[in-house]
Structure formats: structure tokens, C-alpha cells
Design a protein around this ligand. Structure first.
Ligand code: ADP
Ligand code: MG
Length: 259
């Protein structure tokens, strides 16, 4: 096996398994996500959805299995056909390709909105301040927050803070963005503005994996839907097929319960 392979999807998850103590949370999960596609991951609480995307982003270590991003094997390098585990510093570099948007926005409270967006590019990507600032203002415009750059996060609504968090993620030029219930912490009237930004991002061709309870969003925006329960992918397929003709009884009952 080699650590880079052409012709792969943007994300390949191959047989990953993860336990916390004796509790197995992911059981041999495999998933391909094509470049430019949107995959929504749905399922009951405790299914392992967050753990799955945290493993992709190396926030959690898998017990076994492999994860490839843009044809590169995460966490390893290939030396003469043999795989060696990468040191943390190199893993950190690989992780920069992956954007992450959480339920709670995790903005830096002591920085302005603009500084929140420029800090990554300046410190990590070594962008010059003028370029990073221009890009931040462009991204703020894109998420509907033109003119908000000088404000502090605490002065913004939850929906606005989450849109800043999305802009901050995009400023790092990720190849792939993972969302973990990005609207679950928001007041209902603020959900729509965040979903609209995510839809716009999807239409721009970003590769996205979105854990969400917003089934309307999944149905409208996702190319594929993954239904997880008890640490397994129970069913996965083209969005319309999963919603309109679920194959598995558990998918049917989950969709029946929440629709
Ligand atoms: P979901 O996001 O689908 O609700 P999670 O991935 O958060 O599910 O959790 C799956 C299971 O793993 C749950 O039973 C949860 O309690 C457990 N779990 C998640 N993170 C940890 C952790 N750091 N330590 C121990 N158990 C965990
Ligand atoms: Mg979760």
C-alpha cells in the first residue's frame, strides 16, 4: 500500500473502529465522499456521528482503519512502500486541509470578528496581514456579514457567530469541511440564515460532511445521506432514495419519527 493514491474520492473512510474503554462507538465504518459533494449524516443521539467526524479530523484517534483525504493517507507517510506513523507536527499539517464547524462556535472572545478570521491564515499559513484582512472582509461579505469585522463575538447573535465561524474555516482554504450539528445550539429563528450560508457553500462546490437534524436541509442540499445508529452505518445512499424509499427498518422508523 502507498500513502497517496490518485483517483480516490476527496474523503475515504475505510473500516474505522473506535472504542472508549469497553464501549465500542464506531464499528468498522466505511464511507466515500466525492469531491464537490455534500453528505449529510443523520441518526439518533449516541449513534457515533460526532465521533466519526472527530476521527476524520484527528480530534480522536481511531483504534483501527484508515482515513484518506484527497488521496493522502492521514497520519502516515510512505517510505519505500512501508507506512510509518507521522509525528504530531506533520499530522497537524495534514489536518489543515480539513475545516470544522462545531455546534458551539468556539470564536475567540477577545478578538474582533476580523481577527478571528485572520488569525489562522496569519499564524498558521503565514499569510501577510493585508492579504488575510482583505480575504476576511471578502468572506464576511459572502456569509452576509459585510461591515461586522470590527465587532466582538459577544455582540453578535448565535446565527451571526456561526456564520463568522464558517468564514473563519473557509479562510484556511480547506479541501473538505466537516459540520457537527452547526444549527443545534441556535434559536429556531436563526437556523435559516446559517443553513442558507451552508447551501451557498455547497453550491460553490465545497466538499461537505454535515451531521444534522435538519432533514429539510439534508433533503434539499445533500447529494447523499448516511443514516447511523449504534456505531454503524445502517443505510447510505442518494438523498431521494434514502428519504423516499429507505431500505432498512431502522431508517424508516427514524425518519417516520422525526419527519
Ligand atoms: P452522536 O454524535 O451520534 O450523538 P457521539 O459520537 O457523540 O454520538 O457518541 C457516541 C457514543 O460514544 C455515546 O455513547 C457517547 O456517550 C460515547 N462517547 C463519545 N465521546 C466519548 C468520550 N470522549 N469518552 C467516552 N465516551 C464517549
Ligand atoms: Mg453528536
Amino acid at each position: 500500500m502507498t500513502a497517496t493514491t490518485a483517483g480516490m474520492p476527496m474523503l475515504r473512510i475505510e473500516n474505522i473502529t473506535k472504542s472508549f474503554a469497553e464501549h465500542t462507538v464506531l464499528r468498522s465504518v466505511s464511507l466515500d465522499v466525492e469531491a464537490g459533494s455534500v453528505t449529510c449524516v443523520i441518526g439518533p443521539s449516541g449513534a457515533g456521528k460526532s465521533t466519526l467526524i472527530q476521527c476524520v479530523n484527528h480530534l480522536e484517534r481511531v483504534d483501527s482503519g484508515l482515513i484518506w483525504v484527497d488521496g493522502r493517507l492521514m497520519g502516515y507517510e510512505d517510505k519505500g512502500g512501508k507506512l510509518y506513523e507521522l509525528p504530531d507536527r506533520d499530522i497537524a499539517r495534514q489536518r489543515r486541509d480539513i475545516g470544522m464547524v462545531f455546534q458551539h462556535f468556539h470564536l475567540f472572545p477577545h478578538m474582533t470578528v476580523r481577527e478571528n478570521i485572520t488569525v489562522g491564515p496569519i499564524r498558521v499559513r503565514r499569510a501577510d496581514r493585508a492579504t488575510a484582512t482583505a480575504r476576511a472582509d471578502e468572506l464576511l461579505d459572502r456569509v452576509g456579514l459585510d461591515g461586522y469585522g470590527d465587532r466582538y463575538p459577544s455582540k453578535l447573535s448565535g446565527g451571526q457567530q456561526q456564520r463568522v465561524a464558517i468564514a473563519r474555516t473557509l479562510a484556511m482554504d480547506p479541501k473538505l469541511v466537516l459540520f457537527d450539528e452547526p444549527t443545534s445550539a441556535l434559536d429556531p429563528e436563526l437556523v435559516g440564515e446559517v443553513l442558507a450560508v451552508m447551501k451557498d457553500l455547497a453550491l460553490s462546490g465545497m466538499t461537505m460532511v454535515v451531521v444534522t437534524h435538519e432533514l429539510g436541509f439534508a433533503r434539499e442540499v445533500a447529494d447523499r445521506v448516511v443514516f447511523m445508529a449504534d456505531g454503524e452505518i445502517i443505510e447510505e445512499g442518494i438523498t431521494a432514495e434514502v428519504f423516499d424509499d429507505p431500505k432498512h427498518e431502522r431508517t424508516r422508523s427514524f425518519l417516520g419519527r422525526v419527519l
